[in-house]
Design a protein around this ligand. Structure first.
Ligand SMILES: NC(=O)c1ccc[n+]([C@@H]2O[C@H](COP(=O)([O-])OP(=O)(O)OC[C@H]3O[C@@H](n4cnc5c(N)ncnc54)[C@H](OP(=O)(O)O)[C@@H]3O)[C@@H](O)[C@H]2O)c1
Length: 284
């Protein structure tokens, strides 16, 4: 089998990011190093973690144990919801670097905007991420779960345009308005829960397309995302699926098939996760 090359995409700050990565949400710490180790062995070079996932240390262990050069693995983490105040954010970022045993992160994100917390002030938090980029400890900075109004406010009040916005996107929830804002403002969309945590995989349309192409439903859906230009990092602790999800660069979906999948969008009713306008969870 020919070696698979994952495309690198250019970010608005001149850095690049592998379009396919590996997500570690809901992977128990005890299982994380093994799953990430398997992903690195298969060829993934982009890992998406978060302080909230409780497995940063194990992600770091797997990267160090892989023998790969640190520069060859793109690692993202995110600021947890309890740490939006500037001094807390500075401390939390240091702790993230310590947990991973890294001296820099490739990408650091505000995990949720929390517009109903902190007096609605995610701008001061964002300005602290700008500091991390200036001092070189975060090569790129971005946001997650930001709606158009939140991005507009950053555009008006901050200096740096986020490199990415990591948002829920899958065939049942196209999140088109936020994606469109990203396209016109040079903010790449990262599609979280790209297979809706498995929920879209037995959809009759997806199954039909998969059968026609001799691919699995997960491969079809992941391929749809990458042809739309978004970044994806499916999660799995199953070695066979970790391999399967990587095999998406040797086939293509035609325009009619892309449209058929886009036609499954249920709008807001298709959301799997919380609505960022109202989500206000802060760990105690
Ligand atoms: N920023 C945010 O707020 C946010 C929110 C959610 C997720 N994320 C990020 O996005 C990543 C991906 O999202 P996600 O973990 O929620 O869900 P996902 O990747 O859409 O789906 C993961 C689920 O699908 C199963 N699965 C994976 N590959 C499969 C395949 N080929 N065939 C059948 N089932 C398969 C996995 O099962 P097994 O593990 O049992 O194989 C797991 O239950 C996360 O890990 C995280 O990095 C970010």
């Amino acid at each position: 089998m020919a070696a698979i090359t994952v495309p690198d995409i250019s970010l608005n700050d001149g850095n690049t990011i592998p379009q396919l990565g590996f997500g570690v949400f809901q992977i128990e710490p005890k299982d994380t190093a093994r799953a990430v180790g398997k992903a690195l062995e298969v060829g993934y070079r982009h890992i998406d973690t978060a302080e909230m996932y409780g497995n940063e240390a194990e992600v770091g262990q797997a990267v160090h144990a892989s023998g790969l050069d640190r520069r060859d693995v793109f690692v993202t983490s995110k600021l947890n919801n309890g740490f939006h105040r500037p001094d807390d954010a500075r401390r939390a970022f240091e702790q993230t670097l310590q947990a991973l045993k890294f001296d820099y992160l490739d990408l650091f994100l505000i995990h949720w905007p929390l517009p109903t917390r902190y007096d609605g002030d995610y701008v001061s938090t964002w300005k602290v991420l700008e500091e991390f980029q200036r001092d070189g400890r975060a090569r790129s900075i971005g946001v997650s779960n930001f709606q158009v109004s939140h991005l507009e406010r950053l555009a008006a009040e901050a200096d740096v345009v986020p490199a990415v916005n990591q948002i829920e996107v899958h065939p049942y929830f196209g999140n088109e308005e936020v994606r469109a804002y990203g396209r016109t403002h040079n903010i790449l969309t990262e599609a979280w829960s790209p297979i809706a945590q498995g929920r879209v995989l037995d959809d009759p349309t997806i199954v039909d397309i998969a059968e026609q192409l001799g691919r699995t439903p997960a491969q079809v859906v992941l391929r749809w995302h990458v042809q739309r230009g978004d970044i994806v990092f499916p999660k799995s602790t199953t070695p066979k699926r970790i391999e399967e999800n990587f095999q998406i660069f040797d086939f293509e979906l035609d325009d009619a098939t892309m449209d058929r999948i886009a036609g499954l969008d249920k709008g807001g009713a298709g959301r799997q996760g919380p609505d960022p306008d109202t989500f206000d969870y802060v760990p105690s």
